[in-house]
Design a protein. Structure first.
Length: 193
């Protein structure tokens, strides 16, 4: 597995280039890195906001920028004649709630960028898809400050597994060339918002 700091533009571009070189081409990019640092806006540590903007927005943009030439080549001359960019957002990209203002800001941005790029790439057969997961069993919540963890501890009931999200992504990228799944909101059955 290739590790890099995608908040560093050079490292993100280098990772994309190494991957394309090692595999011979790049026809799918899945941007799944992210931070979910919750809590009130008033009095929040600015470092948390900076971390979310750098990772959730800039990291995704750096990877997209580096991958796009490869994806365009794959769509033009690869065996599938189509390429895929899948950007992972969140239900927080659909509705801002008390305690998730900056996280929502970054996820709304991912959605806006994805839709704009989708329109730009549609006739070039680079499909851009947006995944907006609800509560999923990951380590994301554990990165919050202890006082925030205590306040959100009971917010998450039923959760999905990471495999549930992976299954949705696999569905997207295995559609025939003429089918594009643009967006999916996926939540545990019991999640109300």
């Amino acid at each position: 597995m290739l590790e890099c700091d995608i908040t560093d533009q050079r490292q993100a571009a280098g990772a994309v280039e190494r991957t394309a070189a090692e595999l011979g081409r790049l026809d799918t990019l899945i941007s799944n890195a992210g931070a979910m640092l919750l809590g009130p806006i008033a009095g929040a540590p600015l470092e948390e906001w900076q971390r979310m903007v750098e990772l959730n927005v800039l990291g995704l943009l750096y990877c997209a920028h580096a991958a796009l030439p490869h994806l365009l080549r794959a769509a033009e001359s690869g065996p599938r004649q189509v390429a895929d960019m899948v950007n992972i957002s969140s239900v927080a990209g659909r509705a801002a709630r008390n305690g998730n203002g900056v996280h929502s800001l970054t996820k709304f941005g991912v959605g806006a960028f994805s839709e704009s790029l989708r329109q730009e790439m549609a006739k070039r057969y680079v499909r851009v898809s947006l995944v907006e997961p609800g509560a999923t069993a990951t380590e994301l919540a554990s990165h919050n400050r202890p006082e925030v963890l205590e306040s959100i501890r009971n917010q998450f009931g039923q959760t999905m597994a990471a495999q549930d999200i992976a299954d949705a992504i696999a569905y997207f990228i295995t559609r025939p060339r003429h089918v594009a799944v643009n967006e999916i909101l996926i939540r545990p059955t019991e999640q109300e918002r």
